[in-house]
Design a protein. Structure first.
Length: 413
């Protein structure tokens, strides 16, 4: 593969905006909350082992730290629910194994039966996957080691569950707001990169294969969007029963607002990319090249900047409307700048239609979809600051009027 193709493929695989904007700790996901979680898991496991040894006088109460480690990774509400489910699953698994073990003994086929029945019982009881797995594990434990340690197995699990829940409540209960914020930032980075790739390509003559690559990049953001949705949902759940919920609700609300906006913008970016692909396929030229679209490239560049400014404002750790409100003001100015560029193309659209009907129709679709992206960004900014944008949202020149365009657009050809 030629070196240039290798570099292009690496650019597709790596979200360049993310690498530019974040430090090593952020890229690795090693924020303060992650370090705290690691300490809590270690503390829960150690305390569970020590307490089980003290109460049960057992030399190796291994199930206590195992249970504590699994539950300590959860949120406060989830840890309470999971603790109850795991204890129930262990009891059910032991009962199933005791009832069947005396009849079937320890064989390959009996292990298969115990595991299969345990799986079905977990489904019937509507247990979470992690808890349901405890049923066959407990059953295998009884089959392999006998019923002599059944009581200790139940008590080990109970002690581990109680320790994990208490540690979760006492030692900085976990929340996933920062993880949700990072996931939404990843989505924003992907959208900005997709818009930037199209803008760079449209500044020069381009071909159908370029448009196909832009569309592929835009479509790849759908999986990033799904991940962001899941992470923000988990962040919301993590604040339920959280003692410090009040200090995180504002950040979560802004993250949710950013996600709601970017989910729509991500779809609209796909429409823009598909429109360019359709233009290359349906408005053919003799040499297979499309003319450069410098004004469209400029609009997509400023729109990418507006998306980045929007995300920077809403995903900041501090409330963007507090203080001088500069992050929101910057975002409003970025949107206004992109809208001014878009208005220049919109004003010339009739001339473009007269010069080339097919190309003008496709360009009109680009104008409409880009305008919708800016509409969503403005609505998202208004949702984060109901009183309206601080400062003048008109962008560009000192007198508030938009910058001049770049002359006669190539789109008229």
């Amino acid at each position: 593969m030629p070196p240039t193709r290798v570099l292009e493929r690496l650019r597709e695989m790596a979200p360049l905006t993310a690498w530019r904007r974040r430090g090593p700790a952020d890229l690795l996901g090693l924020d303060r909350a992650t370090i705290v979680q690691a300490v809590k898991v270690a503390l829960s496991a150690g305390l569970a082992w020590a307490l089980a040894q003290l109460i049960l006088h057992s030399t190796s109460p291994i199930w206590a730290p195992i249970t504590a480690s699994l539950i300590a990774l959860l949120t406060v509400r989830a840890s309470l629910k999971d603790a109850g489910q795991k204890v129930l699953a262990v009891v059910v698994g032991l009962v199933v194994a005791i009832l069947l073990g005396g009849f079937i003994g320890l064989h390959a086929w009996s292990i298969a039966i115990i595991v299969g029945i345990g799986f079905l019982v977990g489904k019937v009881l509507r247990l979470a996957p992690g808890a349901a797995a405890q049923i066959p594990i407990s059953g295998l434990f009884v089959l392999a080691l006998g019923t002599g340690q059944v009581r200790e197995r139940v008590l080990d699990t109970l002690i581990g569950a109680i320790v994990a829940v208490l540690v979760n409540l006492v030692v900085i209960p976990p929340n996933h707001v920062n993880a949700g914020r990072r996931a939404v930032a990843d989505l924003s980075d992907g959208v900005v990169d997709a818009l930037g790739a199209m803008a760079d390509g449209l500044a020069a003559p381009w071909r159908a294969e370029h448009a196909a690559r832009w569309l592929r990049t835009a479509r790849e953001q759908a999986s990033v969007a799904a991940t962001a949705e899941s992470d923000v949902d988990q962040a919301e759940q993590s604040l339920a029963l959280h003692p410090g919920r009040a200090s995180w609700t504002g950040a979560l609300a802004r993250t949710q607002q950013a996600l709601d906006t970017l989910l729509i913008v991500e779809v609209q970016v796909r429409v823009v990319a598909r429109t360019l692909r359709d233009t290359a396929q349906k408005v053919r030229s003799s040499d297979g090249e499309q003319p450069p679209y410098p004004m469209t490239a400029d609009v997509l560049t400023t729109t990418a900047g507006a998306v980045a400014a929007f995300s920077a404002a809403l995903l900041a750790e501090d409330d963007p409307s507090s203080g001088d409100g500069e992050p929101l003001a910057l975002a409003h100015r970025a949107v206004a700048r992109a809208r001014a560029r878009l208005a220049e193309i919109d004003a010339d659209l009739a001339d473009m239609l007269a010069a080339s009907l097919s190309r003008g129709i496709h360009l009109g679709t680009l104008v409409v979809e880009t305008g919708r992206i800016l509409d969503e960004l403005e609505a998202g900014l208004q949702g984060s600051a109901p009183a309206g944008p601080p400062g003048d949202s008109r962008a560009d020149s000192p007198d508030g009027s938009p910058d001049d365009g770049d002359g006669e657009p190539a789109e008229r050809r």
